[in-house]
Design a protein around this ligand. Sequence first.
Ligand SMILES: Cc1ncc(COP(=O)(O)O)c(C=O)c1O
Length: 436
Amino acid sequence: MNRELTEIKDGRLFFDGCDLTQLAEGFGTPLYVYSQNVIKARAAELREAFLDGHPKNRVAYAAKAFCCTAMLKLAEKEGLCVDVVSGGELFTAIKAGFPAERIEFNGNNKTEDELKMAVGYGIGRIIVDSLQELDLLEKICRAACRKARVLLRITPGVKADSHDYIVTGKKDSKFGIPLDDDVILPYVKKALDSEWIDFLGLHYHVGSQLFDNSAHLAALDITLDLALKIFDSFGYAVEEINLGGGFGIQYTTEERKPYRYFLEPLMARVSDFCAAHGEFSPALVIEPGRSLVGEAGVQLYTVGSTKDIRGVRNYAAVDGGMWDNIRPALYGAKYDALLANRADEPATKTVTVCGKCCESGDILIRDIKLPAPKAGDVLAVFSTGAYGYSMASNYNRNTVPGVVFIKDGRAEWAVKPQTYEYITALDVIPDSLSEE
Ligand SMILES: Cc1ncc(COP(=O)(O)O)c(C=O)c1O
């Protein structure tokens, strides 16, 4: 279990100086809690491993992992760029005060409105994901008389070792442009020739929650081969290569590898390439999401009813569930947890933690050892900072819990919890219903 910045005092679990039981009492549960210090430590590690001494390189925080104004403000203050994948994330980045040139726009099937918004703000990069998107973007740029700086996202055809739902670089993928010469090269030419597109380079992303560097290295080799082909065909040396994100974190027994483990060999490979081909000196960009925020997050729940089915299973139900963290139901994600108010008691009982949604699959943690949970206990689930809040829904018309940022013992709202008024605010009774 990741115990970074956690300690147990008088039987109570503390995180980044805050008593989690007290947070649960004061802010209510379910609750998303984020340690600013853990996020800042990851950003510092990234600066050291990738930016210091490499002034052209950039780190673009993948906002999809956890996006709210406070988080993007923190990323901005840490000197990062931001990678957005929707108009909503783009709007949040602008609201958080991100300078437009430090915003990069990824994603398949961006809508015309989203592209217009991106061109209108004059954001730093648009990572074009399909051939149609390039045409659409060019049309929008021409109409707006504004140039867009563009990378083309390729599908490197590499299968990374992770869950199928978070593997993106294999050939059969909805993301990116296929690598067949007669498909990609004409589009590179089109981008190079266009007076409205400033073609800068190539982008790939192989997948998420990776612990092995081989997929990244294989994808980089394929990208460098394509860069050579582009140079041979059009005399243009790409100025930028975006390596995506995907660096794994610890949920239960995994061991997070330092960023250097991934980045040093990738940077060395590019240096060797540049030494062999003097025309090239590309900037490198990465897009970490999960690894920046995942281990910074703890989710707090209050235990309600418990049920022991003799010889079968012991359930403990909490006041949240798949609407605030869909990952266990979606792809069998695993988590570790402690009872925050009884953190030093022996874990004597095997329990399955379930939520309160009307789905049998609404299981948050299967078969975890805990002190026998009782109603009112506070369950702290670790490493919940990535793709939990950002994938939350209003299933069963539950309200999305609030987010609290903590730092050195201080706790403040970063997102207030939704209310019933909020979730019904946009409901409309159609006239046709009232007329009957
Ligand atoms: C294009 C792209 N970049 C970056 C990321 C972030 O990946 P991670 O959160 O694993 O670092 C993703 C995740 O899906 C992605 O699709």
